[in-house]
Design a protein around this ligand. Structure first.
Ligand code: ACO
Length: 353
């Protein structure tokens, strides 16, 4: 369906998508050989069948670069940039935004700068976004703002990349079964100033919300200025994600429901006008509970958590890339992405594909 926007700038269109997941696939059955769990428990409580885990040499930026390259290749292969090679396209990027909870380094340098260098994107600014699993939602809106505000800025990569396997307690069966590693990327191109009645593609509306009162429910306590490493410290445990699963679950169901309702209401859209709802892939039961509350058909929601588990900021761009490559997205389709995560943060993007 093509929607006609009158006098409203949608700022950018998504030219291409990409993803990268580690080759190593760890099934529930394999996990059950190492910890006290079972395929039956994980599947019935989360909808997860497997996750992909990076080798010891791979950091978040490595997966981020691969996903970005994959998106640039798609743009070149599909003829979006006549005569350009992937390297030349990278050289024309104006901005790289990276959403990650698991940066290569804490504090500095940003993972975005490492990716900028590896891509050879010498003309691009680069920065990280810290909004955990909502990072891609925040990143897309940040990109829209930068593209519309910056004179001469027209091409931007938004990447979500994570190596969560290094920050989970593999002895805590309540959390370790939930997470995986991966990266996804989208290439954005600024659109021209809108003409009256013209068909537009891009970001229709974004909602960004947070509930900092819930910050303790999903937290890595050690390593920041609150609880810095000091010379001579001896650690019994590495700094790992600590999660209050029940609190996060309740928050997530509420967040997904609220964002979907508010976005549809704000744009006066019905669920029938949406091609897809792409939720952050944290737990299929969260999506099922939200679906029930909303009274929407289950088929509207795209889920691939069975294969990747929760890849935090990477989960939505990985899902978009799967949909795109498998031919499930057409020009003009309306997609609602909804995210939630540590912070606590939540939000959603309404995108016209
Ligand atoms: N295998 C087998 N048994 C398990 C496992 C496991 N992997 N994990 C927990 N159990 C057991 C518990 O010990 C408990 O046993 P008990 O009754 O004998 O005490 C039983 O299963 C039930 O445990 P609950 O914690 O009540 O299980 P619940 O149904 O609530 O599911 C879960 C737990 C999956 C963690 C759920 O709370 C959840 O999904 N929360 C949201 C988590 C989330 O999405 N986090 C990330 C969001 S934001 C981001 O992406 C960073």
């Amino acid at each position: 369906m093509n929607i006609v926007i009158i006098g409203v700038a949608l700022t950018f269109e998504i030219k291409a998508t990409g993803r990268a997941v580690p080759q190593r696939r760890v099934s529930n059955e394999e996990l059950a050989q190492k910890i006290d769990t079972s395929d039956e428990w994980i599947w019935s409580h989360t909808g997860i069948k497997a996750r992909h885990i990076a080798d010891a040499e791979t950091a978040s930026s490595d997966l981020g670069v691969k996903a970005a390259w994959n998106a640039l290749e798609m743009a070149v292969e599909r003829g979006a940039y006549a005569e350009k090679t992937v390297e030349e396209l990278a050289f024309t990027l104006d901005m790289i935004i990276v959403a990650t909870t698991t940066p290569d380094f804490y504090g500095c340098p940003s993972t975005a700068c490492l990716i900028q260098n590896k891509l050879g994107a010498k003309n691009a600014g680069a920065m990280d976004i810290s909004a955990a699993c909502s990072g891609f939602i925040y990143g897309l809106e940040t990109a829209a703002g930068l593209l519309s505000a910056g004179k001469g800025r027209k091409r931007c990569l938004v990447i979500g990349c994570e190596i969560l396997s290094r920050f989970i307690d593999w002895n805590d069966r309540g959390t370790c079964v939930l997470f995986g590693d991966g990266a996804g990327a989208v290439l954005l191109e600024k659109t021209d100033a809108p003409r009256e009645g013209a068909e537009r593609r891009g970001l229709l509306r974004t909602l960004l919300r947070a509930d900092g009162a819930g910050s303790k429910n999903l937290i890595i306590k050690k390593g920041g200025s609150r609880n810095a490493y000091r010379a001579g410290d001896v650690f019994e445990f590495a700094p790992l994600i600590e999660m209050n699963g029940h609190a996060v679950y309740n928050f997530a169901v509420h967040a997904v429901t609220e964002i979907i309702k508010d976005l549809l209401e704000a744009e006066r859209l019905t669920v029938d006008e949406l091609r897809w709802i792409v939720p952050h892939q944290a737990n299929a039961r969260i999506v099922q509970a939200a679906t029930k509350r909303l009274g929407f058909p289950r088929e509207k929601f795209f889920l691939n958590i069975d294969e990747y588990a929760n890849t935090s900021a990477a989960s939505i761009p990985i899902a978009l890339d799967e949909l795109n490559r498998e031919g499930h997205l057409k020009k003009g389709d309306i997609i609602l992405c909804v995210g939630f995560g540590a912070g606590l943060t939540y939000g959603g993007n309404l995108i016209v594909w």
